[in-house]
Design a protein around this ligand. Sequence first.
Ligand code: HPA
Ligand code: ZN
Length: 352
Amino acid sequence: MRDFIQGLPKAELHLHIEGTLEPELLFKLAERNKVTLPYKSVEDAHKAYNFKDLQSFLNVYYARSQVLLTEQDFYDLTWAYLQRAHKQNVRHTEIFFDPQTHTERGVPFETVITGISSALKEAERTLNLSTGLILCFLRDLSAESAMKTLEQAVPYLDLIQSVGLDSAEVGNPPSKFVSVFDKARAVGLLTVAHAGEEGPPQYIWEALDLLKVSRIDHGVRCLEDEVLVERLKRDQVPLTVCPLSNIKLCVFESMKQHPIKKMLEKGLCATVNSDDPAYFGGYVNENYEGVVQALGLTQDQVVQLAKNSFVASFLSKDQKAKYIKEVEEYAKAPSPLPSVGEVDPQGRVRGR
Ligand code: HPA
Ligand code: ZN
C-alpha cells in the first residue's frame, strides 16, 4: 500500500507554510539573518517535539517563525515544501500563511506574500503542480487586528483565494470574526476555518452558519453531535483532517483511536493532510500511511480520500474532473513509478 499511496495523485488542502520549517532550514535562515536560536544543533532542534496540546505546539511554531525576515526566506521556505509535495505526487496544493505572525514583528505584508507567491508560481511553471493561497487570521488576536490584515491584503487579492482562521481555538470562537469574514466575502474571497480540533462542535456550527465557510479545517469533533454530522453529510462540507497532527497534539491518544475511517463510513467528505509536517512527523503520504496502518483502510477508501481531496479543492469544475479522472485511471491500473528523477506524463515522480 505504501507504493500505491506514493503513486496516487492527490491534493493537499490543510498545510501551514510556517509549519514546514524543517530544523535544517531553520538553522540556515538563523545564520543568514543573524538570529540566535535556543538550540545547540539541528539534532537538538529535532528533539523539541513533545507537545501536550495545541498551545504547547504553537509556542514553538511562533518562536521559530522569527527567523523568517526577507522575501528570499519566504521563497525558500515555500519552495522547499513544494519540492517535497511534488515528490509525493501532490498534484494540487492550497497553502495557509499567517501574515500576523510576521507583520507583528515588523516584517511587511508585501515581503511575506511576494516571497510565498513567487515560489507558488515557480511550482506551477516547473513542477506541474497547481496551487492556491489562503490567508489565515490568528484567532487569539483581536478582530480589529484581523480586519487590519484583510485591508493589507486588498492590493494582493489576485494572489489569494480564501481567508482562514487558525491558532488557539478554545475561547476564540468563529463568532468573534463575523464582520471580518463578511468583509472578506464582500471583496470576493472564499472562507474556511479551523473548527472542532480542540474546540466543541458548536464552533463548527458557527463556522458554517456565521462565517459561511466552504470547508472545515480539522472538524474531527463533529462526531460528538449527530445533527451536525447529518448537516455536514447533507451538504458534503469537506473536512480537512490531519491525522499525525491530531496524535502529536493529543486530540486522540493513538492513531488506532483516530475517527477518519468512521468519518468516511458515515459518508462525510474527509480528506487527509499534513498540517505542520516539519513538526508532526510526516508529510501527506506519511499521513495516509499512518491511517492505513492503524485503521486498516481499504484501497477503495484510500482512493476515496484522494478523490475527496480534489472535490474539496477550490479548483474549477473542469480541473477537478481532470484530476479525478487521473485518480480513477491510477486506481484501475496503478502504473509503475517513473525512474528516479524522471516525471511521467501525469506529472508523477518517484520519491518520498
Ligand atoms: N491548529 C490551529 N492553528 C494552527 C495549527 C493547527 O493545527 N497549525 C498551525 N496553526
Ligand atoms: Zn491547521
